[in-house]
Structure formats: structure tokens, C-alpha cells
Design a protein around this ligand. Structure first.
Ligand code: HEC
Ligand code: HEC
Ligand code: HEC
Ligand code: HEC
Ligand code: HEC
Ligand code: HEC
Ligand code: HEC
Ligand code: HEC
Ligand code: HEC
Ligand code: HEC
Ligand code: HEC
Length: 427
């Protein structure tokens, strides 16, 4: 074994004492050869010092300034693509003690990315003085940047949750740094998308990670009309994967209203939530969504709660009809549309799903009869009124009955005790 050759090869690969390794001219750097040679010489000086830095030598931000130059040399930048002074290009670094300490730059080689970032929520927030918003380094790393296609990259599907989570998954930082939405990552982690991402099924590679819904270098706040998660654009964003559902929803009343720019009609997240999306087949969810329908259709949930169906689902059971059992979920239509599940044409088959013996008479039952209003039918109104009077009467009668009974039994007990005491004295 020729040890010397091995060491020599390693040194060459690391660029140590071998300017040639840095000399491989990166395609993206149109620097003149002499300027480049000067940059390499300067980098060598940086490395000589920074490879040996003491643990107590810290940057202004309090981080140790020791650089693992061997690890760096193996990265896509360190491997001859970018010298120290390409990123740390401030004149102040060329002498020690450093004077003009400036943040690193990426624009000389990644002009497009830098321009795009400046328009994102994070770039805008930084420009307006938010010191917590993500920089290039927060998402990509510093001296360890890997190709975005690499599974170990900080922006890979497997790691992106943790990368965003450094801020959006830190409850305390979210509070102190005014990060909107609080600990979004914890919610996402437990959602159906998050759980499938960490699971073993085929869906693992198809469920959305943060950047699938929010974008990357085009990430905007939800209030921006161009944001992928702006209220108006959410169905489009979910629809990139759930195309079939989106199509059905678009044909329903809610989707039609949205197409007519009625933003009060529900898109996907009004019923499903965003970072908390759960399996819609579970009873908890199916019962829970009644509240979402009811939040907008306030009159209809009140009348529903008066029915047997409404009272039983209120206890958490889905065996009886929820709003969606009668109206459908994505295909909801007004009752006068023949395709509506509650239209006169289809109502029978809708009830028959659970009441196989239902007939034309059975479906005369009014699921939304308002017993508090005369317009809902006089019979119902007076029946309800009669029931109320009857109930009050029954309570009054039995109330009085109970009081009298109590009075009588107390009186009897007193008399009994009097007798018992009398007998005791005799002995
Ligand atoms: C003589 C040794 C020495 C040389 C040469 C040197 N540095 Fe430093 N550098 C330090 C020390 C020590 C610190 C820690 C802070 C301080 O003491 O100023 C530091 C700090 C830094 C920081 C952190 C600044 C901050 O506060 O955020 C950067 C970046 C840096 N150096 C880059 C470079 C680059 C690029 C070069 C080459 C052009 C270079 N250094 C050359 C010793 C050196
Ligand atoms: C691809 C661009 C890039 C290259 C090349 C690069 N750095 Fe850095 N460096 C960064 C970034 C990004 C940071 C983080 C700055 C921040 O967090 O504000 C950083 C931070 C530092 C710091 C401060 C300590 C820290 O970890 O925050 C030192 C010291 C430093 N670099 C030295 C060097 C030296 C020496 C070289 C050459 C061996 C080098 N850098 C090459 C991008 C680069
Ligand atoms: C909020 C996180 C985030 C921030 C901040 C960010 N990036 Fe990215 N970047 C990503 C993600 C995620 C990808 C992968 C995109 C993809 O695969 O479509 C990416 C891709 C890239 C790429 C490769 C694709 C391309 O567009 O050329 C480069 C280069 C890049 N980023 C550089 C930067 C630079 C430079 C900055 C700072 C100006 C920056 N990024 C800021 C998340 C971020
Ligand atoms: C001197 C030029 C130069 C500078 C400065 C530079 N880079 Fe790069 N960077 C490159 C080159 C060249 C590549 C492509 C390497 C390859 O494809 O093998 C690259 C690749 C990348 C990638 C991976 C892109 C992909 O398609 O996977 C990211 C991310 C990245 N750089 C981020 C940064 C960040 C962040 C900074 C600033 C802190 C920075 N770069 C500064 C030259 C540079
Ligand atoms: C399935 C798509 C989807 C995924 C995946 C997703 N989001 Fe969101 N996110 C949204 C939508 C839609 C909104 C807008 C919610 C609204 O209008 O209330 C949003 C809002 C946000 C907000 C603003 C919160 C607020 O209340 O102001 C942040 C921050 C955020 N998401 C971060 C993340 C992070 C970090 C991840 C990854 C862990 C992630 N999101 C994953 C769709 C998604
Ligand atoms: C270093 C901290 C940090 C990291 C890492 C980070 N963010 Fe942010 N993010 C912030 C801060 C701070 C804001 C608030 C900016 C403002 O409005 O002032 C923000 C805002 C947002 C918003 C806009 C919320 C709204 O609608 O108002 C979204 C969406 C978002 N981040 C998603 C992400 C995603 C996705 C990732 C990962 C790819 C990520 N962030 C990584 C700190 C971070
Ligand atoms: C990147 C693609 C993608 C995006 C974007 C996406 N999803 Fe999903 N979603 C999936 C995959 C994959 C599953 C796993 C079930 C499957 O294979 O269909 C899933 C599961 C679901 C489920 C559970 C369905 C079931 O059968 O268990 C619901 C509900 C859901 N998504 C709603 C949404 C909503 C709402 C949005 C938008 C805020 C959204 N999704 C965005 C890919 C996506
Ligand atoms: C009005 C409330 C509501 C809206 C709006 C809504 N959903 Fe649903 N969604 C439901 C209900 C209820 C179910 C359960 C249906 C069932 O039990 O079969 C469901 C089921 C699902 C499922 C799983 C079952 C299936 O049909 O594949 C997915 C995926 C889904 N919705 C995605 C979406 C997407 C994407 C949007 C927006 C385009 C959306 N939903 C809009 C109420 C809604
Ligand atoms: C975010 C508010 C919202 C939610 C949540 C919501 N809806 Fe609607 N719904 C509307 C709006 C707005 C219309 C359109 C009213 C119109 O046509 O003028 C509508 C229309 C309807 C219609 C057609 C009748 C009509 O008046 O046009 C039915 C039936 C209906 N919704 C049932 C439901 C059911 C069932 C759910 C739950 C699974 C639900 N809605 C969830 C807002 C909502
Ligand atoms: C047992 C079946 C059934 C259940 C459960 C049910 N509905 Fe209805 N719904 C109907 C029928 C039938 C009609 C048409 C007759 C009427 O207006 O009373 C209707 C009418 C409506 C309308 C008006 C439709 C139109 O075209 O004018 C809305 C809105 C509505 N329901 C919402 C809801 C909501 C919200 C829930 C749950 C809280 C719910 N429904 C539960 C059967 C049901
Ligand atoms: C998802 C299943 C389901 C659907 C759909 C449904 N029901 Fe029911 N309903 C039940 C169950 C379960 C009960 C409990 C009594 C029983 O077992 O028969 C019940 C009870 C009732 C009751 C009161 C109890 C009784 O038997 O006197 C009436 C009235 C009723 N349903 C009418 C309807 C009408 C009308 C429709 C159609 C518009 C309908 N239901 C649709 C499941 C459903």
C-alpha cells in the first residue's frame, strides 16, 4: 500500500494545497481566470485559519467559526464550485481581524432563486425587518448544501417537515417570533397526509408535504390573491391530486357558487380542515362535520337537532343520518334540482339507504320542520304546542303530587318517631 499516494489523493480531493481542485471552473461563474485564482488563494487563507479555529471563537451570532473543510470539500459547492470568498465576498473577510462582517451572498450564481425568494413571504418579511423568517440557509443549509434531489437534502420529502419545523414546529419560537399559525407542523404530522407520509403504504410518495401545497420559491401568505393557499385557490391546489373529487365538487352547489365568486361557499378546507385533515370514513369525523355544515346553515342545523337523527348524532353515533347522508358530500344540490339527493325524484332512494321499507308516505316526514314556526305546517305547529302544554301540565301535576307526597310522608315519619319515643319511655 502506498500511503503517500492515498494521502496525496485525499489532499487533492479536498483541495488542500492543490489549487487545481478549486480551479475546475463552475459553469455558473463567469469569473475571469485571474480573478478566480485570486479568489482561490484567498480561500486557502480562510481555510488555514478556520480549519484550526478554537471552540471559543464565535461568530457575531454566537456560532463556532471552526469549519470542517474536509466535509465541505465533499459538498457540491466545496467540490470546486464555490470558494469561501464566493459566498463570503465582503472585503472585510480578507484581513483579520475581520472588519466589515456581512451575510453571505448567493446571487452571483443563483440570480433567479435570489430574485424569486425576495418576492416570497419569507423574503418580504426579512426585508421588512422580521429576523426570524427563513433565509436560504434556513432551508438549504450552509456548508453542507446538497442537491435538492438528494434524499439527505434539507428540502427532500423526508426532511422538509423538520426543516420548516425549525420555526413552524416550535411553539415557543412561533409565539415569540410571531410565526403565523403557531405549531402547524405538529398538526400536519398527525393529519392523514402526515401519517401516510411516515407510513409504509404506496401513498407515502404521493401525499403532499408542506411545499406541495405552499410552493417553494413562490411561497406567498394566504391573504395574497396569488397564493396557492388563498381561499379562492385552495380547491385548485387540492385538486392537483384530488382531481376527481374536485370535479364533482365543482358540479355541486358549493362549487357552482365558488365559480360565481361567492367566497362564502365552502372550498375543501371548510369541511376538511387544512393541517388537520383526517380520514373522512371515521365516525368522529362524520359527526364532527355536521358542525361545519351547521356553522353556515344555522337554521337547518337547529331543525335537524330537533329530529331523532339530529339527537342521536349529537351523542356521537353515525348509524343514523348526518347532513351528508341525505345531501351527499361533494355533489350537494338544491332540492329543486332533479339530481339532488333530496329532490322529489330521488328522496325515496335516499331514505331507503337506511330505511329499506320506506315508501312515498314515509318520505313526507320533514327533516327540517320548524316546530317553532306556523309556516312549517299547522298540524306540526299545534302538535308541538299541544305537546309543550301537555308536558307542562304533566310536570305541574306530578310536581304537586310529589310535594304533597313528601309532605305526607314527613308527617307520617314524625308521627311514627313520636310513637317510638313514647314506647321507649315505658321501658
Ligand atoms: C487569522 C485567522 C483568520 C483568517 C485568515 C480568516 N478568518 Fe474568518 N474568522 C476568524 C475568527 C477568529 C473569527 C471569529 C470572530 C472574530 O474573532 O472576529 C472569524 C469569523 C469569521 C466569520 C463569521 C463572521 C460573523 O460574525 O458572522 C466568517 C463568515 C469568516 N470568518 C469568514 C472568513 C473568510 C471568508 C476568510 C477568508 C477570506 C476568513 N474568514 C479568514 C479567523 C480568521
Ligand atoms: C455556498 C456558499 C458558502 C460557501 C462556499 C462558504 N460558506 Fe461559510 N457560510 C455560508 C452560509 C449560508 C453561512 C450561514 C450564515 C448565517 O447563518 O448568517 C455561513 C457561515 C459561515 C461562518 C460563520 C459560522 C456559522 O456556521 O454560521 C464561517 C466562519 C464561515 N461561513 C466560513 C467559511 C469558510 C472558511 C468557507 C470556505 C471553506 C466558507 N465559509 C464557504 C455559506 C457559504
Ligand atoms: C422556505 C424554504 C426555502 C428558502 C427560504 C429558499 N429555498 Fe431554495 N428551494 C427550496 C425547495 C423546497 C427547493 C426544491 C424545489 C423543487 O424541488 O422544486 C429549492 C430549490 C432551490 C434550488 C434548485 C432549483 C432552482 O430553482 O434552481 C436552488 C439553486 C435554490 N433553491 C437556492 C436558493 C437560494 C439561493 C435561496 C435564497 C435566496 C433559497 N433557495 C431560499 C426551499 C427554499
Ligand atoms: C460561485 C457560485 C455559487 C455561489 C456563490 C453559490 N452557489 Fe449554489 N451552486 C452553485 C453551482 C455551480 C451549483 C450546481 C452544482 C451542480 O449542479 O453540480 C450549485 C447548487 C446549489 C444548490 C442545489 C441545486 C439543485 O439543483 O439541486 C443549492 C440549493 C444551492 N446551490 C444553494 C446555494 C446557496 C443557498 C448559496 C448562498 C449561500 C449558494 N448556493 C451560493 C454555485 C454557487
Ligand atoms: C394539503 C395542503 C397543505 C399542506 C400539506 C400544508 N399546508 Fe400549510 N396551509 C394550507 C392552506 C390551505 C392554508 C390556508 C389556511 C387558511 O386559509 O386558514 C395553510 C396555511 C399555512 C400557514 C399560515 C397559518 C395561519 O393560520 O396564518 C402556515 C404558516 C403554513 N400553512 C405552514 C405549513 C407548513 C410548515 C407545512 C408543512 C408541515 C404545511 N403548511 C403543510 C395547506 C397546506
Ligand atoms: C427560520 C424560520 C422559518 C423557517 C425555517 C420557515 N419559515 Fe415560514 N415563516 C417564518 C416566519 C417568521 C413567517 C412570518 C412572516 C411574516 O409574515 O412576517 C413565516 C411565514 C410563512 C408562511 C405564510 C403564512 C401566512 O399565510 O401568513 C408560510 C405559508 C410559511 N411560512 C411556510 C413555510 C414552509 C412551507 C417552510 C419550509 C419549506 C417554512 N415556512 C420555513 C419562519 C420560517
Ligand atoms: C400532492 C398531492 C396531494 C395534495 C396537494 C392534497 N392531497 Fe389529500 N391526499 C393525497 C393522497 C395521496 C392521499 C392518500 C389517499 C389516496 O391515496 O388517495 C390523500 C388523502 C386525503 C384525504 C383522505 C382520503 C381518504 O380516502 O382517506 C382527504 C380528506 C384529503 N386528502 C384532502 C385533501 C385536501 C382538502 C387537500 C387540499 C387542502 C389535499 N388533500 C391536498 C394527495 C394529496
Ligand atoms: C361541504 C363539505 C365538503 C366540502 C366542501 C368538501 N368535502 Fe370532501 N368530503 C366531505 C364529506 C362529508 C366526505 C365523506 C363522504 C363519505 O362519507 O363518503 C368527504 C370525503 C372526501 C374524500 C375521501 C372520499 C372520496 O370521496 O374520495 C376526499 C379525498 C375529499 N373529500 C377531498 C375533498 C376535496 C379535494 C375538496 C375540495 C375540492 C372537498 N373534499 C370538499 C365533505 C366535503
Ligand atoms: C362555509 C359555509 C358553508 C359550509 C361549511 C357548508 N355550506 Fe352549504 N352552502 C353554503 C352556501 C353559501 C350555499 C349557496 C347558497 C345559495 O345558493 O344561495 C350553500 C348551499 C347548500 C345547499 C343547496 C341549497 C341552497 O340553498 O342553495 C345545500 C343542500 C347545502 N349547502 C348543504 C350543506 C351541507 C350538507 C354541508 C355540510 C356537509 C354544507 N352545506 C356546508 C355555505 C356552506
Ligand atoms: C333525513 C335527511 C336529512 C338530513 C339528515 C338533513 N337534511 Fe337537509 N334537507 C332534507 C330534505 C328532504 C330537504 C328538502 C325539504 C326541506 O327543505 O325541508 C332538505 C333541505 C335542506 C336545505 C335547503 C335545500 C334547498 O334546496 O332549499 C339545506 C341548506 C339543508 N337541508 C341543509 C342541511 C344540513 C346543514 C343538515 C345537517 C345539519 C341537513 N340538511 C340534514 C333532508 C335532510
Ligand atoms: C344513514 C342512514 C339513514 C338515512 C339516510 C335516513 N335515516 Fe332515518 N333513521 C335512521 C336510523 C338508524 C333511525 C333509528 C330508528 C330505526 O332504526 O329505524 C332513523 C330514524 C328515523 C325516524 C324516527 C324514528 C322512527 O322510526 O319513527 C324517522 C321519521 C326517519 N328516520 C326518517 C327518515 C327519512 C324521511 C329519511 C330520508 C329523507 C331518512 N330517515 C334517512 C337512519 C337513517
Amino acid at each position: 500500500m502506498n500511503i503517500r499516494i492515498t494521502i496525496g489523493a485525499a489532499a487533492l480531493a479536498l483541495g488542500l494545497g492543490a489549487p487545481g481542485a478549486w480551479g475546475a471552473k463552475p459553469a455558473a461563474v463567469p469569473a475571469k481566470p485571474d480573478a478566480h485564482a485570486a479568489a482561490l488563494a484567498a480561500s486557502q487563507k480562510c481555510m488555514d485559519c478556520h480549519a484550526e479555529a478554537e471552540p471559543e471563537d464565535k461568530s457575531a451570532a454566537g456560532k463556532p467559526v471552526k469549519v470542517d473543510v474536509q466535509a465541505f470539500a465533499k459538498t457540491m459547492h466545496g467540490n470546486g464550485k464555490a470558494a469561501c470568498v464566493d459566498c463570503h465576498d465582503a472585503e472585510g473577510f480578507r484581513k483579520y481581524p475581520h472588519k466589515e462582517v456581512k451575510p453571505p451572498q448567493c446571487a452571483s450564481c443563483h440570480e433567479k432563486a435570489v430574485k424569486a425568494y425576495a418576492e416570497t413571504i419569507h423574503g418580504q418579511a426579512r426585508a421588512h425587518g422580521n429576523g426570524v423568517a427563513a433565509t436560504c440557509a434556513n432551508c438549504h443549509g450552509t456548508h453542507d448544501i446538497k442537491p435538492t434531489s438528494d434524499d439527505d437534502s434539507m428540502v427532500s420529502r423526508g426532511r422538509i417537515e423538520a426543516t420548516c419545523g425549525a420555526c413552524h414546529g416550535d411553539t415557543k419560537l412561533a409565539k415569540d417570533g410571531k410565526v403565523p399559525g403557531g405549531n402547524v407542523v405538529a398538526k400536519y404530522h398527525d393529519s392523514i397526509h402526515g401519517r401516510l407520509l411516515h407510513g409504509d403504504t404506496k401513498a407515502k410518495d404521493r401525499v403532499p408535504v408542506c411545499t406541495d401545497c405552499h410552493g417553494t420559491h413562490d411561497m406567498r401568505p394566504k391573504k395574497d390573491p396569488e397564493s396557492a393557499v388563498n381561499r379562492a385557490n385552495i380547491p385548485e391546489t387540492c385538486g392537483t391530486c384530488h382531481g376527481k373529487v374536485k370535479k364533482i365538487w365543482a358540479g355541486g352547489q358549493h362549487g357552482k357558487m365558488r365559480a360565481a365568486n361567492v367566497l362564502t361557499a365552502p372550498g375543501c378546507t371548510d369541511c376538511h380542515g387544512t393541517h388537520t385533515i383526517a380520514d373522512p370514513k371515521t365516525p368522529e369525523w362524520q359527526v364532527g362535520v355536521i358542525k361545519e355544515c351547521g356553522g353556515c346553515h344555522t337554521e337547518y342545523i337547529k331543525t335537524y337537532r330537533d329530529t331523532y337523527h339530529g339527537q342521536v348524532t349529537d351523542l356521537g353515533y353515525t348509524r343514523v343520518a348526518t347532513c351528508a347522508s341525505c345531501h351527499g358530500s361533494h355533489e350537494i344540490l338544491p332540492k329543486d334540482n332533479p339530481f339532488s339527493k333530496v329532490s322529489s325524484q330521488r328522496i325515496l332512494s335516499t331514505c331507503q339507504q337506511c330505511h329499506p321499507k320506506a315508501n312515498a308516505n314515509f318520505v313526507k316526514f320533514q327533516p327540517h320542520a320548524n316546530k317553532h314556526r306556523k309556516e312549517s305546517g299547522l298540524v306540526l305547529y299545534y302538535t308541538a304546542l299541544f305537546m309543550q302544554v301537555l308536558l307542562a301540565g304533566v310536570f305541574a301535576f306530578f310536581g304537586l303530587h310529589t310535594v304533597l307526597w313528601l309532605y305526607r310522608s314527613l308527617a307520617e315519619r314524625k308521627a311514627q318517631r313520636g310513637r317510638a319515643a313514647g314506647e321507649g319511655e315505658k321501658h
